[in-house]
Design a protein around this ligand. Structure first.
Ligand code: KG4
Ligand code: ZN
Length: 335
């Protein structure tokens, strides 16, 4: 069974994981910088890269120590090389490349989205044909998946990502960063039908998304009604959240229907949302579809999902040039 070290530094999590085969978790280390960035109300790229540089050696050492291995024992070393913040990606990619050069190991350049995309099937040697919704802080994508490496983009957000909308609205409401989890928590005691917020592009006929109009609608609402009272805040959160989820669910199930898929998956940080989970599980049961989510710990950014994607690349006989570039921007053709 090949053993891989993977390093993930695409945004504000410094993470390293060691994986044996497809399911042998030997180490799964994450240092989240969320607390540091919360003082700025969002991720500051330069602060993120400086902190990756400080934390990465300790996180990698700790992962190797937990795995009880030396670098020489590894079969390959992987790093996230995009999409993400350029200055953050560089730190993890440079660390992985340095280790590869030092120990003479193959390098694997892993796409962050592919990491999220495959995470609902963590541990599996085969990725089943399915329709996938990747909803994170940076991306909102619908994909048709034939199997590992065979992905077709069906739709994407034309402006803000779903997680970005959660974070921006949380900021408008004076809730903490990252905002998704705060809105989720508040919304649990709120009435989602109390306020009517727009369901952007729900009837657009295609599988694309738009969330910036919703964010503006919440801002306009707050300008009109002033700072929300303690009583209204849960209802605003629940009503906003319902608007996002209505569109996500409508398009996910439409995509599955159009592509005659009986299996669907949700991944990325927003797939941790309790209402998105319960509503999609209920709807999948109603339509007789099989539904998959990432296991706990693999929802938001982590290196284990990168190691899992890397394990599939390794099994397919891939390795990447040590001088391969980072790719900060999303590019549907390299997925
Ligand atoms: O996948 P992820 O860690 O990072 C990216 O690749 O972007 O996703 C982070 C995003 C943030 O926008 C965060 O607010 C959102 O996931 N998020 C949630 C929840 N937990 C995290 N959004 C809604 N409900 C949640 N429970
Ligand atoms: Zn991510």
């Amino acid at each position: 069974m090949p053993i891989l070290l993977a390093i993930e530094t695409s945004c504000d999590e410094t993470a390293a994981a060691v994986l044996r085969g497809f399911d042998g978790v030997l180490a799964h280390e994450i240092f989240s910088q969320a607390e540091i960035h919360s003082h700025f109300g969002g991720v500051v790229p330069e602060v993120a890269s400086r902190n990756h540089l400080v934390s990465a050696p300790a996180i990698i050492d700790s992962a190797m120590e937990k795995a009880g291995l030396r670098i020489q024992d590894l079969d390959a070393i992987a790093a996230t090389t995009g999409p993400g913040l350029a200055s953050s990606l560089l730190v993890g990619a440079a660390a992985a490349k340095g280790l590869c050069i030092g120990a003479g190991k193959p390098f694997l350049a892993i796409n962050h989205i592919e990491g999220h995309l495959l995470s609902p099937f963590f541990g599996h040697e085969t990725i089943p044909p399915h329709t996938a919704l990747v909803v994170s802080g940076g991306h909102t994508l619908l994909l048709d998946v034939e199997g590992f490496g065979r992905y077709r983009l069906l739709g994407r957000t034309l402006d803000d990502a779903a997680g970005e909308a959660f974070d921006k609205v949380a900021k408008l409401l004076g809730l903490g960063y990252p905002g998704g989890i705060e809105i989720d928590r508040m919304a649990r005691s709120g009435n989602p039908a109390r306020f009517e917020f727009p369901r952007g592009m729900i009837d657009s006929g295609d599988l694309d998304f738009s969330f910036s109009g919703l964010k503006t609608a919440v801002r306009t609402f707050l300008e009109k009604h002033g700072t929300p009272s303690v009583v209204d805040l849960p209802d605003i959160c629940a009503s906003f959240q319902a608007a996002v989820i209505d569109v996500l669910i409508s398009k996910l199930f439409k995509a599955a229907r159009q592509n005659s898929r009986r299996v669907i998956s949700l991944s990325g940080g927003v797939s941790a949302n309790s209402s998105l989970r319960s509503r999609s599980i209920e709807r999948a049961a109603g339509e007789g579809l099989e539904i998959h989510f990432p296991p706990q710990g693999l929802l938001t950014d982590n290196a284990l999902m990168i190691a899992f994607a890397a394990a599939h690349h390794l099994a397919a006989g891939h390795s990447h040039p040590i001088d391969s570039e980072i790719m900060p921007n999303f590019n549907p053709h390299i997925l």
